[in-house]
Each structure stands twice: as structure tokens, then as C-alpha cells.
Design a binder for this molecule. Structure first.
Ligand code: NAP
Length: 545
């Protein structure tokens, strides 16, 4: 993709792709630092995940005030989250508010899906093209394209011949879908599917839930934030920020101080009840410290959850089908639910267990399993995403010598800190593959801060091109791969890419977690960014934007 940009300065210093929670923060930091920035966003509005996933029931399962931005005390002070776990419309409003409050909208072009991005060796800049034919050049390309932004539709025979309406949760239309009186199917029973089911159950004529694998769902325990809590939260902002900026997983929950079998049985039972009643991820972050790695403790907690499911679901056979039998708690990312199990007590809601009666095909009018055919008006695909690398793989990225990122990553991603890869100078991707696991905005924000400081360092030192060294990339990638074996996530988790046919099985998170990210960032900064080769700026290529 060499082009005639040789004598032309780039349009801007920085091109950011994606106006999700990471891209907005990246835009803010880069603008504040004095760079000229152009953000390209495929959607017609800001929000990223919180723009596309507008399906009924979509909401946070991290506490709202720990998910939102912390860079401005004033912003924190003035935004009043309604619920501990905000629903999608509130989050979308919040992100629009942030963009307007910090005057960022003028830097964004909407409806601009990036389909090509080529490194121009001669001019030391990136040339980025959109589906609509627009071209932008920039010294730096920052892909804040997210890890869950490419919806996955399984290749079920007959899918494209279906004549009813069908929607993927991750590509939900902006106009409301009318479910009233409709015969509806939901395929997929993980985090998205279990949110949709109770949200539409009351409206539909019939609801058939197609489950392949039951998940360890526990209650979200959402509720409105009281006035008293609002005041406490504001008064405690500095402390909350300190906690979230340093926590290993980006949550504010206090870790527990005991392993399971330090407590006697009746105490453990009481503790599991307190976990069941606790909000969201606390069931992971504040559970017994060995809950993920002590098989006996994990099995006991699973038995507790199973008993709770049996107590909620009236039909014993349905209850048993809703209880996972093939994986332990925490082996997959657990979903959190509000009224999911209860939904199956309604006579028009039915669970189809695809392990017992596999799906045969989609017909023009419904779904056929080995148990027969069901007529349907609407199919909701809650079938997940091409995690981690999906969006980067679809941007047509080509680095030095025209090398395609997809070829370089054919066996899985190779990164340094989950933000850079060798052979692709001045390309950074905070919030991409090899990011930590936990409360996303927190460690994605760490990566944005690192990236921005790197850009500032380069500018201050007259550096035009940076490229991660082979050694740094190798060390980080090896750390990720070695640590994967010790991760609580199993290879059946989409964190290994195994949900996508043909995708190499590689760990797509940072198995060293946030502490490793912090340590290597500190070491890199202390050593003047020696993890990167740096080349002085060529005089002719200075941004005009
Ligand atoms: P997911 O966790 O990948 O789940 C996909 C579901 O689709 C699984 O139940 C899977 O079954 C099923 N499926 C896939 N292919 C199928 C097929 N051919 N036939 C039948 N079923 C099939 O996707 P997700 O639920 O969209 O969640 C993805 C991630 O998004 C979450 O882990 C979370 O990080 C995020 N999320 C967060 C929230 C929130 O509360 N904040 C809400 C939604 C999503 P198998 O398990 O058998 O493969």
C-alpha cells in the first residue's frame, strides 16, 4: 500500500479507530496532550459495545461507578448513575455526555468503518481507508476497536434462508424491536442470552430458549442507588479512585481473607448465601480465596448454586438442564442474571437442551432439532463474538513491507503489553488482545495512559517512528502463553478463541493480569521505553491537522 504521501505531512498526528469506552478516553488523552486527532467510528453514535449491544436487558455487570471514567472528579461528581448496574440506555447517555462535556465530538467521524490501514514507509505515516472511500493519514494509528465487537453467527444449515426476523445481540437495531405476540427463539445462554430472556419473556407469545451449554449463572442483585449512597460515593471519590487504580482486577470489592475449608460447614453455607446475595462479580472477587483453584471448594460452591436453581425453577427436569455439568464455576466467564431462572416458570417459556436434541437446521419458518420443528417469528442470536483479535483482523492492517497483520498473527496474536506488535510501527491497540481480565475500562485505561505517555515521549524526543523490539514482544507473548495453562479459564472458554471455527487456540487475555501490566509498564518507562526501537522524525512529515 505504498502511496504518494512521501512529501505530504500526515492529516493528523493521531488516528483513533473506535468510539467505545477505550477510544473515547484515548481521544480525550491525546487531545489533552496537544495532538491533532481524528477518530473514525463505524457506528452512527458513540459507545462501541454500548452502542451496538442495545438488546433488551443489556446492562453492566460491573458496578456503574467503577465502570465509568475516573479521570475527572467533576465528571464523577455531576453524573448521577441511577442503578448499581446501569442498563444500556443509561450507559449510552453517559458516554454521549462525556464526549460533549469534553468537546470531543468534533474530532469524530461516524459511519466510518475502517477497511484498510497501511504503513507508508517513505512518509512514516499510516494511511487509513474507510468502507465509504474516505482516506485519512496520521503519524500514529491507535486501534481502540475492542475485544467483543465482531458478532459471531454460527454456520447453522439453512440460516440465510430464514424468512422471519432475526437479530444478533451484538448488532441490535437502533429502532425498538416489537416482540409483542411473537413466537421468539433465543439461541445461546451465556451473558447476553440470559439477559435477553427475562427482558422479553412477558411480551412474547412464546419463548423457546436453545441452550447448548448451561452456565453458572448467579444473581446480579441490581438495585437503584439511594440518595445516601450517591452522597457517600461522591465523598469517597478519591478513595474509590485509589482502590480502582490499584486493584488487581479493577473492581472495588474487598477480597476475602480465608480459604474455604478454614470455615466449618455451617459457616461455609452461610458464606455461600452471602455470596449469592452479593452484587455481581463479588461472587468471584470476594469469594473464598481458593474458590477457583481448589476443586473441592469449587464443587461445593457449585452444589450450592445448583440447589438455589432447583429451588427457583418449578419443573425439576428444566432445573436440571439449567445446571452445568461439564465445567466448574469460573472456568468460563460467569453470567449474572436478574429473573432468568424465574422466567422458565412461565408456561409459554421453554428450554430446549441442544445436547439432548441437537439443532438440525434453520428452516424458512423456524428451527428444526432432532425432536421436531418449531415455527418462529423472531430468532435472537446470542451466540457471542470473535473475541480479542476479531476487529483488528477485519481492518486490513498492513505493516512494514506490506505484511498483513492477519499473516503475522496467523498462529495467534504476538504483542508487547497487549498494545503493540513488531513489524507494525506506530500502531497501538489499547484494549485489544492480551489485555488483562476483570473490569475492562480500568486496565484498558492503564493501556491508554501508557500509549499516550509513549506518544508524548516520542514527541518530546523528536522520535518519528517506534517499533517494539523482537525481544520485548517475545517475552510478553511467552509470558501470556505460559501463564495460560495456570488460568482459571478452560480451553472451552472463548478467551482461547475456541468458539470460532478455524481460529488458532491461543490465550487472548493477559494471563499475568493487571499486576504484570503495571510492573512491565513501570519497567519500560523507567528504562526510557527501551522496549521500542525509536527512529528520529523525518523533517518533511509533520502533521498539519
Ligand atoms: P458467549 O459468552 O460467547 O456465549 C455464546 C452463547 O452462544 C453460548 O451459550 C454458546 O454455547 C452459544 N452458541 C454458540 N454457537 C452456538 C450454536 N451453533 N448453537 C447453539 N448455541 C451456540 O457470548 P455472549 O453471551 O454474547 O457474551 C460474550 C461476552 O460479552 C461476555 O462474556 C461478557 O464479557 C460480555 N457481556 C457482558 C455483559 C454484561 O453483563 N456486562 C452482557 C453480555 C455480554 P456454548 O457455550 O455451548 O458454546
Amino acid at each position: 500500500m505504498e502511496s504518494p504521501d512521501v512529501d505530504r505531512p500526515p492529516d493528523v498526528d493521531v488516528i483513533v479507530v473506535g468510539a467505545g469506552i477505550t477510544g473515547i478516553y484515548q481521544l480525550y488523552r491525546a487531545v489533552q496532550a496537544g495532538f491533532s486527532v481524528h477518530l473514525l467510528e463505524a457506528g452512527e453514535g458513540v459507545g462501541g459495545t454500548w452502542y451496538w449491544n442495545r438488546y433488551p436487558g443489556a446492562r453492566f455487570d460491573s458496578e456503574s461507578y467503577t465502570y465509568g471514567y475516573l479521570f475527572s472528579a467533576d465528571l464523577f461528581e455531576e453524573w448521577r448513575w441511577q442503578e448499581h448496574f446501569a442498563a444500556q440506555p443509561e450507559t449510552e447517555r453517559y458516554l454521549n455526555h462525556v464526549v460533549d462535556r469534553f468537546d470531543l465530538r468534533r474530532h469524530i467521524t461516524f459511519g466510518a468503518r475502517v477497511t484498510s490501514a497501511g504503513w507508508q514507509e517513505s512518509s512514516q505515516q499510516w494511511r487509513v481507508g474507510t468502507e465509504a472511500g474516505r482516506t485519512v493519514t496520521g503519524r500514529w494509528l491507535i486501534a481502540a476497536t475492542g475485544v467483543l465487537s465482531i458478532p459471531y453467527l454460527p454456520d447453522v444449515p439453512g440460516r440465510d434462508g430464514y424468512r422471519g426476523r432475526s437479530y444478533h445481540t451484538g448488532l441490535w437495531p437502533s429502532t425498538a424491536v416489537d416482540f409483542a405476540g411473537q413466537r421468539v427463539a433465543v439461541i445461546g445462554t451465556s451473558s447476553s442470552g440470559v439477559q435477553v430472556v427475562p427482558a422479553i419473556a412477558a411480551e412474547v407469545e412464546s419463548l423457546t430458549v436453545y441452550q447448548r451449554t448451561a452456565n453458572w449463572c448467579t444473581p446480579l442483585n441490581n438495585r437503584p442507588i439511594t440518595d445516601e449512597e450517591q452522597a457517600e460515593m461522591r465523598a469517597g471519590f478519591a478513595q474509590l479512585k485509589e482502590t480502582l487504580d490499584t486493584s488487581v482486577h479493577g473492581f472495588h470489592h474487598r477480597p476475602h481473607d480465608r480459604t474455604a475449608f478454614e470455615d466449618p460447614e455451617d459457616e461455609r453455607r452461610r458464606f455461600y448465601q452471602s455470596m449469592w446475595d452479593s452484587p455481581g462479580f463479588q461472587k468471584l472477587t470476594s469469594n473464598y480465596t481458593d474458590i477457583l483453584f481448589n476443586a473441592e471448594a469449587n464443587a461445593e460452591w457449585c452444589r450450592y448454586i445448583a440447589d438455589r436453581i432447583r429451588a427457583i425453577v418449578a419443573d425439576p427436569a428444566t432445573a436440571e438442564r439449567l445446571i452445568p455439568t461439564d465445567h466448574r464455576f469460573g472456568e468460563k466467564r460467569p453470567p449474572f442474571v436478574s429473573g432468568y431462572f424465574e422466567a422458565f416458570n412461565q408456561p409459554h417459556v421453554e428450554l430446549v437442551d441442544l445436547r439432548q436434541t441437537p439443532m438440525v437446521r434453520i428452516t424458512p419458518t423456524g428451527i428444526e432439532t432432532t425432536d421436531g420443528h418449531r415455527e418462529l417469528d423472531i430468532i435472537v442470536w446470542a451466540t457471542g463474538f470473535d473475541f480479542g483479535t476479531g476487529a483488528l483482523a477485519r481492518m486490513g492492517i498492513r505493516g512494514r513491507g506490506g505484511q498483513a497483520l492477519n499473516d503475522y498473527w496467523a498462529e495467534g496474536p504476538r504483542t508487547f503489553l497487549g498494545v503493540a506488535t513488531r513489524g507494525f510501527p506506530n500502531l497501538l491497540f489499547p484494549g485489544g488482545p492480551h489485555a488483562a481480565a476483570g473490569n475492562n475500562p480500568r486496565y484498558n485505561g492503564d493501556q491508554v495512559d501508557f500509549v499516550t505517555d509513549l506518544l508524548i515521549h516520542a514527541r518530546d524526543h523528536g522520535i518519528g517512528v517506534i517499533e517494539v523490539t523482537e525481544r520485548s514482544e517475545e517475552r510478553w507473548t511467552r509470558m501470556v502463553d505460559r501463564g495460560a495453562a495456570a488460568s482459571s479459564f478452560g480451553e472451552g472458554s472463548y478467551y482461547f478463541g475456541t468458539n470460532i471455527p478455524g481460529k488458532p487456540k491461543r490465550y487472548l487475555l493477559n494471563s499475568g493480569g493487571r499486576p504484570k501490566l503495571f510492573a512491565v509498564i513501570a519497567e519500560t518507562v523507567a528504562k526510557d521505553y527501551d522496549a521500542f526501537e525509536m527512529v528520529p522524525v523525518a523533517e518533511k512529515a509533520t502533521a498539519t491537522g
